[in-house]
Ligand binder design. Structure first.
Ligand code: GUN
Ligand code: FE
Length: 454
């Protein structure tokens, strides 16, 4: 019989499709030495009893207690790690002013590696404790501090995809916070890519370098083209902000007489491994370009309420075949929790569907067909994120990584309202989605290794 590194027994929830969840009741999950799910065995299969007899009682056999469930670890597709230091504050002014008043001054402090270490240690711990097993991070313009973030992810066992941010245009960025010049920005990016690829060799879960033009307003054409070339040369992920607010979207239209999507595409920045944050103002041909190139959207519903001047039509973009995942956008979004963002994604979509101006008649107020259900928001936070990154993550399925969170619905300080011993598992799932808090997350595993417990 095959030897497994770990065996888990319990009930799991995972996405079957964007709109439907799959529930595996009391299944066995057999994890190999690479931390991958090699086999999932249902209680009806003959192997089940054999495996139980072999592994039960051993240290590597883990049976969930009553009231505990497996969920896939969350995939946060858009986090500004340095901005964790101002999370919960500074949400009172629009994007352009927010960047210049609060955010650029804060990010400029990450030239100091001691300060960077304090914030980055804490943000990675916090995200893990909130069930986030994979995160796509913006760091800052500083190469060394960006590398430190990748190192911290490597050490703590989180699957971090990290970008050294490029902001090279003297016209678009303050003198105290930008790349020295375009050549230096590209050279630093190339050195960063090579260093993270080297670091990745010593990790089990993987860490990845990400080509990261902050957004078009921060970058010269030469930098954008150079970054497109670097991502092709090293086959890296790419991230940026795209058509986020009236101001940012309008700036690009004025500079290029086209929308962000086509402008980014001209520089080789839309490809299968690209993830673009926000994308609220995509038009139909932009959406088609995203679908054709395999570019994904990082939907950041909490942040959007403050900075995007609109609610993004997620249901419509999803129906056009665009890959979509969920992002916290710390600190444009105040919460490090993708549970909170799942809830907001559903609520925002309802407000888009019904409309928000009560002085309009009901039939003119909203956009019909805009609502998404909780199962679809859960998909965005898990399987949709995995698909967006082209990695085998975000599902509890053979061939995927063992990246899971164990939710305990019976913690005395955070008990979920489950009173019927035979409550329908779909209802238990919805209660977890809407009511789970960090206290309910008992353990978090990445690539078959325990990285958090409480
Ligand atoms: N656009 C450019 N930079 C940022 C940022 O840090 N946060 C958000 N939300 N939008 C941006
Ligand atoms: Fe952002």
């Amino acid at each position: 019989m095959t030897e497994y590194m770990q065996i888990f027994l319990g009930t799991s929830f995972s996405s079957k499709s964007p709109k439907e969840i799959q529930i595996l009741e009391n299944h066995l999950y057999c994890i190999n030495t690479d931390g991958m799910i090699e086999k999932i065995v249902s209680p009806e299969e003959p192997d089940y009893q054999t495996l139980l007899a072999t592994y039960q009682g051993q240290d590597n056999f883990h049976r969930l207690a009553e009231g505990q469930y497996f969920l896939p670890g969350f995939i946060d597709l858009h986090v500004h790690a340095p901005q964790w230091a101002q999370s919960g504050t500074a949400l009172d002014i629009p994007l352009y002013d927010w960047l210049n008043t609060y955010t650029f001054p804060l990010e400029s402090k990450f030239s100091d590696l001691d300060f960077a270490k304090k914030v980055y240690d804490d943000v990675v711990d916090t995200l893990l404790a909130n069930g986030t097993t994979t995160a796509l991070y913006f760091a800052t313009v500083h190469k060394e501090a960006s590398l430190l973030l990748a190192q911290i992810c490597a050490d703590k066992g989180q699957r971090g995809l990290v970008g050294k941010v490029v902001m090279d245009d003297p016209q678009g960025n303050p003198e105290y916070y930008r790349d020295t010049d375009t050549d230096t920005a590209l050279k630093d990016t190339e050195e960063f890519i090579l260093a993270v690829k080297e670091l990745a060799k010593s990790t089990k879960q993987g860490v990845y370098p990400v080509v990261t033009p902050r957004f078009i307003p921060s970058c010269t054409n030469e930098a954008l083209q150079g970054l497109g070339d670097l991502s092709a040369k090293y086959d890296t992920h790419i991230q940026s902000h795209c058509s986020e607010s009236d101001w940012a979207h309008g700036y690009v239209q004025e500079r290029f007489q086209k929308n962000d999507a086509f402008a980014l595409h001209d520089f080789g920045l839309l490809r299968d491994k690209s993830v673009m944050a926000h994308c609220n103002f995509l038009e139909e041909d932009d959406v088609e370009l995203f679908a054709e190139t395999g570019t994904a959207i990082a939907h950041c519903p909490i942040s959007n309420a403050y900075f995007a001047n609109s609610v993004i039509p997620i249901a419509h973009f999803h129906s056009k075949g665009v890959e979509i995942g969920l992002g916290s956008d710390i600190s444009g979004g105040f919460s490090p929790s993708l549970f909170d963002n799942i809830r907001q994604a559903v609520m925002s979509s309802r407000m888009l569907e019904d409309g928000v101006n009560p002085s309009l008649p009901a039939q003119e107020r909203g956009l019909l067909g805009s609502r998404i259900k909780i199962d679809e928001a859960f998909y965005l936070a898990t399987a949709g994120g995995g698909k967006s990154l082209s990695l085998p993550i975000g599902r509890i399925l053979e061939g995927y990584t063992w990246d899971v969170q164990i939710i305990d619905t019976q913690i005395p300080s955070a008990r979920l309202p489950i009173f019927d011993g035979n409550e329908d598992l779909h209802d238990i799932f919805q209660k977890m989605m809407y009511l789970a808090r960090p206290e309910n997350i008992r353990e978090v595993w990445v690539q078959g290794e325990k990285v958090h417990s409480r």
